[in-house]
Design a protein around this ligand. Structure first.
Ligand code: ADP
Ligand code: MG
Length: 761
């Protein structure tokens, strides 16, 4: 247990001790002084500005109020919410009171603009002694609303500076400003001022950092104020050991402030300007190293990896292209050019293709596969579910017809005899394109010469599956890899998650798409909804009704689907109406039969769970009803909505929810009704939930955790950091130059050990 240096255990810092140190480790992952110094405030409070009581609102963040104590009221165990059993007048010094029976204390304060209640449930005895009527304090806390009034629960209390004229007027046993003793919980704190050091980190600092904290830390007495003291102590001990972590030339080139300046000012800003510079520097550094580590891998790979050279476009491609029933969109053309350039480069392609639902990724997949075939190689297209694989196979068939290329379908339910035939066809090369599920990458599937692997809906594929795919390499060369995802990953996140992949984006929908009108409704509107559905069916349209299936083993989810399907069938009686039901527990044949019925227009309504429908293409479906919509994430809702609006008719998406929604759910539903742009929604999702929760990123995981930079908010900075990292590597790919030794050393740290998603073998 180190007692000095950056590895010094934080328990030795004044104000911490072994118990709190353990909590710091458990709750925040901080054990050493070095780690603590790299733990930054997430916001700042200007300690020179005060909020008037009359202006306080419950939706404000932390506020600071300078006010005088009017009176305190104590509430006992038995009457916790009833009458005050004592007021300050009756119990002058509180001595007679049995504080162990007191559950709550109300303190009324006044600042000339109004009165406000402070509420305490803990530390009442000490606060009661401290907050004597008439004395003035600075109260700091987060306002909340109670009984229609704004109050502060457990505010921090500081003595008001004595320089003002508004000194406490009442007298006697009242403690003076300096006599206020720390509680046992905060024992060991240094006095606030004056500092005994020649130069203090806090000198001249008017802003106070607010650090991320947890309930348990707060309960252990680690207040915002104490946190600042601890940080000051940590800097006192640790700063001399901190070495600059960016090379001099990059500091100059990128206009950064030195690390010491940045750390001092991130914790104890000397000015708003210094704080901005500090943040910029620290964010930049964080994003720079992240990008540098990712790009370095990419450089190494593109140099070492020989890929299959596919010099021509080929006849099959041209035949398919000239027979297309529609012109490609500009975005599709651009993306195909990018893919084609990769495939002919002689390096292995590792490309992520992003495109909103309905943007026409399948077309791109087909044309890419045909390039491989045209060069004498095979291609495979993998889908996450059986239904999707079948759908792909069917769609692709249309486009392949003019080419004469033989395609096949291989899934878990392919019969053994058929399977043998397929295996033979793959091995002898007579099958050019194979579509399928995970079954494609089983060990017994042998390709003659797999040249391109396309993975659809990437987030359902684990790393393990991809590595299996890798082993299908032929003639010593790995196949080109194209990963397609409809989860609109914000650019900033994609750059980070897939920093080692190339990213193509289809940012344009095929022409003629009608906007989808999105409506929020609750149970009371169900009758109206059913009437509306009947109108639509009368017009010849089809309708999806989707139930959440969050957990496949969750009985309740199936029950709600079954109950819902029954309700639909009662309200839409056969034979006038035809309803198909599809869910994951059905046999594949049954599932397929029902899906086909809907796709072919034999059923008016498809009642389904959310897990199986991804990618289903039924242009005649114009209404998407999503039940319990509050249980879905934004991107999932968006995916579902993308199932309609594909035909020429006006389409609708109805979000059914319960009456009571959490603030977040409400926000999600409102956003869905307000915008159809998947990237905007994903951006919002990222802001609301943070990158860790974003659908599709959980499995791949963010390569390293970010301390201060935000992928959602620091997009511009991320670009700058990436450009800088790219320039460094272009000049010195090995980082062997003297000036880059610092970079090399930093990248050796564990946190940059990045899993390579595309080629783990
Ligand atoms: P996704 O990107 O969601 O996989 P699809 O590839 O399923 O989208 O395409 C959605 C629909 O749009 C399909 O019916 C497809 O045939 C059609 N489509 C694709 N490209 C075009 C285009 N350039 N013009 C018109 N329709 C297109
Ligand atoms: Mg698709």
């Amino acid at each position: 247990m180190a007692q000095y240096g950056l590895d010094m255990d934080i328990q030795f810092l004044p104000g911490v001790g072994p118990k709190r140190a353990e909590l710091f480790t458990k709750e925040l992952g901080i054990s050493t002084v070095g780690e603590l110094i790299r733990f930054y405030p997430y916001r700042y409070i200007d300690r020179t500005s005060f909020t008037r009581i009359a202006d306080a609102r419950p939706d404000m963040a932390y506020i600071q109020i300078r006010a005088r104590v009017l009176r305190t009221e104590l509430f006992s165990n038995s009457s916790a919410s009833a009458v005050g059993i004592a007021s300050q007048e009756q119990n002058k010094d509180g001595k007679d009171l049995k504080f162990n029976t007191i559950k709550r204390m109300s303190v009324w304060i006044e600042d000339g603009s109004g009165q406000m209640e402070l509420v305490f449930f803990k530390g009442i005895k000490w606060m009661h002694e401290k907050l004597t009527p008439g004395s003035e304090f600075i109260f700091f806390g987060k306002p909340s609303a109670f009984n229609g009034r704004v109050n502060l629960v457990h505010p921090e209390v500081d003595p008001a500076p004595s320089t003002t004229t508004s000194q406490p007027t009442t007298t006697s046993s009242q403690p003076t400003t300096t006599a206020i003793q720390p509680t046992s919980a905060t024992a060991g704190e240094k006095p606030t001022a004056p500092s005994t050091k020649a130069v203090s980190f806090t000198d001249g600092c008017t802003m106070t950092g607010v650090y991320p904290s947890t309930e348990r830390l707060k309960n252990a007495g680690v207040t915002a104020k104490l946190m600042n003291r601890i940080m000051e102590a940590a800097m006192d001990k640790g700063m001399i050991y901190i070495q600059e972590s960016m090379p001099e030339y990059l500091i100059r080139q990128c206009g950064l402030v030195p690390l010491h300046f940045a750390l001092r000012n991130i914790h104890f800003p000397q000015s708003q300007d210094a704080l901005e510079k500090a943040r910029y520097r620290l964010k930049f550094e964080e994003l720079f190293y992240l990008q540098l580590s990712l790009l370095k891998q990419k450089y190494i790979r593109s140099r070492n990896d020989v890929g299959i050279r596919m010099p021509k476009v080929g006849e099959a491609f041209n035949k398919c292209y000239s027979a297309l029933p529609f012109p490609l969109t500009g975005a599709q053309k651009r993306v195909i050019t990018e893919i084609r350039d990769d495939m002919k480069s002689g390096h292995q392609m590792n490309r992520l293709l992003q495109g909103d639902v309905g943007s026409g990724k399948t077309m791109v997949a087909v044309l890419s596969a045909l390039i491989a075939v045209g060069n004498g190689y095979q291609a495979c297209i993998m889908a996450p579910t059986e239904v999707l694989a079948q759908q792909h196979f069917k769609n692709i068939g249309k486009f392949l017809a003019p080419t004469g290329v033989k395609a096949a379908l291989l899934t878990g339910s392919t019969k053994a005899s058929e399977r043998r035939e397929l295996h033979a066809g793959l091995e002898d090369g007579s099958i050019g394109i194979i579509v399928g599920t995970h079954a494609l990458i089983e060990d017994n599937v042998i390709f003659r010469n797999l040249g391109l692997a396309i993975v659809d809906e990437q987030h359902r594929f684990g790393v393990e599956q991809r590595s299996k795919l890798w082993k299908k390499a032929c003639c010593g060369c790995p196949p080109h890899v194209l990963v397609m995802t409809a989860t609109p990953i914000p650019r900033t996140l994609a750059m980070t998650l897939y920093g080692d992949l190339d990213v193509s984006v289809i940012d344009e929908l095929p022409p003629g798409r009608k906007p989808v009108q999105t409506i929020h409704a609750t149970e009371g509107k169900r009758a109206a909804l059913y009437r509306f559905m009947k109108e639509q069916i009368a017009l010849g349209r089809q309708i999806f009704v989707v139930y959440p299936l969050i957990n496949e083993t969750e009985k309740l989810d199936y029950q709600s689907l079954e109950a819902g399907a029954e309700d639909i069938m009662n309200n839409f009686p056969f034979p006038e109406y035809k309803t198909a039901v599809v869910h994951g527990k059905q046999l594949n044949d049954v599932k397929q039969f029902n899906m086909d019925a809907f796709a072919a227009g034999r059923a008016d309504i498809l009642v389904a769970t959310s897990v199986i429908e991804v990618g289903v293409d039924v242009p005649n479906a114009s209404v998407m009803v999503i039940e319990s919509a509050e249980r879905f994430g934004l991107s999932q809702l968006h995916q579902l909505r993308g199932r309609v609006g594909r035909g020429s008719e006006k389409s609708y998406c109805v979000l059914m929810t319960g009456y009571k929604l959490s603030k977040e759910s409400k926000h999600r539903i409102e956003l869905m009704c307000a915008t159809e742009n998947g990237f905007d929604l994903a951006e919002e999702d990222l802001k609301m939930r943070g990158p860790g929760d974003l659908e599709g990123t959980q499995q791949s995981g963010l390569p390293i955790s970010l301390n201060i930079a935000s992928l959602a908010k620091d997009g511009i900075l991320l670009n700058a950091a990436r450009d800088c990292a790219d320039a460094v590597l272009k000049e010195d790919p090995e980082l062997s130059a003297d000036k880059n030794q610092m970079l090399r050393k930093e990248l050796r740290k564990d946190k940059y050990e990045i899993k390579d998603y595309s080629r783990i073998s």
